[in-house]
Design a protein around this ligand. Structure first.
Ligand code: IFM
Length: 449
């Protein structure tokens, strides 16, 4: 039997500006923190940069034709803030904005719904030079940037995402230092996390004030967090990690307050976070949908690997892992959807990212990525079950259309439905591309008993 998805379900793919565009200096674009970071020796595992990446800035028409062939109904991409405001604020760069206008116009011609993320990590370097997300002036600059693009693109764009994965921005960028801007200070990371959420709320307010038709939300990276054992110390570690990764963002967005147990723990460790009632009111501005990026679960126990949280992660031996070393755990997509609806009752959810990195090989022009097909099939079966249980999941976006620049891993990790030969820029649809096209067309077979 074939499992069918609702008629109005959005089938899409997702990308992000720095990961695919290249052309860092073209048409007046300003420097971003990722331009600076990738050109700093020792930051990127394979020593590559996003200077060219998929060269999408020059090849976007070809990429949109691939999307048409794939049969998707929606395309999620992000705007590079420094293309539009090279200094982050002040003078608008018309040429940068016009790139996105051309992209959106062509999407409209192809009948593909644009889903626009305002911030997928490429902060203008000029704003970092004044303290980055820790500085409230940057929060205000984001609000202004958001207002400009709502006004200029809001006649054609109906689905907006303010931020992509603020947990990663805050903690991987400012605590572990693996991402730009490469800072290693938990206190800074906490203030950045709060400011990102405040900037989100201000952008939502601006969107409502401008009054363009459409919907707005935020995308979080969420994972089910499982305790390694029933032991009390492992159960407490589970609660702390869930607080760090999931609740710190979900609670203020949907309940209007940061989780007290989490703030208390941080304060005890020497990292008090000042939050005002006004800030909490801004963060909890009503959103139309929640974007969920789901990749894996986390199994944790009490330990010292993460000294501040007193948590260690466990990799179950019986499981299979992706090329990123992430456990393949398809039922987690159902677990996280149920949890989000039961605890936070969003109006609706889009799965804004789901996908797998594999060591794909191009052999005679084809890429046999059966493991990606299995990954997508399993996740979609569980997602279908979530919809059957009545949860309002309204769309699914594969990460990613193309192999692309995977941040600290550079060009070494391949997530795409389309293989990119970086030496020539040539694109080769993988087997999974054709599989996904068939799913969009016909649905997915039910698991054989
Ligand atoms: O490539 C990233 C993306 O930018 C954000 N979500 C996770 C993906 C895979 O790591």
């Amino acid at each position: 039997m074939v499992l069918r998805f609702p008629q109005d379900f959005l089938w899409g793919v997702a990308t992000a500006s720095y990961q695919i565009e290249g052309a860092p200096w073209e048409d007046g674009k300003g420097e971003s923190i990722w331009d600076r970071f990738t050109h700093t020796p020792g930051t990127i595992a394979d020593g590559t940069t996003g200077d060219v990446a998929c060269d999408h800035y020059h090849r976007f028409e070809e990429d949109l034709r691939l999307m048409r062939d794939l049969g998707i109904s929606a395309y999620r991409f992000s705007l590079a803030w420094p293309r539009i405001f090279p200094q982050g604020e002040g003078k608008l760069n018309e040429k940068g904005l016009s790139f996105y206008e051309r992209l959106i116009d062509m999407l409209c011609v192809l009948g593909i719904e644009p889903v626009v993320t305002l911030y997928h990590w490429d902060l203008p370097q000029a704003l970092q030079d004044m303290g980055g997300w820790e500085n409230e002036r940057v929060v205000r600059a984001f609000e202004q940037y958001a207002g400009v693009v709502f006004r200029r693109l809001g006649d054609r764009v109906k689905l907006w995402i303010t931020h992509n994965e603020p947990w990663v921005v805050a903690f991987v960028g400012h605590y572990t230092g693996e991402h730009a801007p490469g800072l290693r200070d938990f206190g800074v990371a906490l203030r950045v996390a709060k400011n990102l959420l405040v900037s989100h709320g201000l952008a939502v307010r601006t969107f409502r004030e401008i009054g363009k038709e459409g919907e707005i939300g935020i995308t979080l990276s969420l994972s089910p967090i499982h305790a390694f054992s029933e032991r009390e110390e492992d159960q407490l570690a589970q609660k702390r990690f869930d607080g760090y990764f999931n609740r710190f963002f979900l609670d203020p967005l949907f309940r209007g307050a940061f989780p007290a147990d989490v703030l208390e723990w941080y304060a005890k460790k020497g990292y008090p976070l000042a939050v005002s009632k006004e800030e909490e009111a801004i963060v909890s501005e009503k959103i139309d949908f929640l974007g969920v990026n789901y990749y894996s679960r986390q199994v944790v126990r009490h330990g010292c690997e993460e000294p501040l949280l007193k948590v260690a992660t466990v990799k179950p031996e019986e499981s299979q892992y992706t090329d990123m070393g992430w456990e393949i755990y398809p039922q987690g997509i159902l677990e996280i959807v149920e949890r989000v609806f039961q605890d936070y009752a969003p109006r609706k959810v889009f799965i804004t990212e789901n996908g797998i990195a594999l060591p794909d090989q191009l052999v005679n022009g084809t890429i046999n990525d059966g493991a990606r097909i299995a990954f997508l099939r399993e996740h979609l079966r569980y997602l279908h079950r979530a919809i059957q249980r009545g949860y309002a999941v309204k769309g699914y976006f594969v990460w990613s259309l193309l192999d692309n620049f995977e941040w600290a891993f550079g060009l070494s990790k391949r997530f795409g439905l389309v293989f990119v030969d970086y030496a020539t820029g040539k694109r080769f649809p993988k087997e999974s591309f054709f599989f996904y096209r068939e799913v969009i067309e016909k649905g997915i077979e039910e698991e054989s008993q």
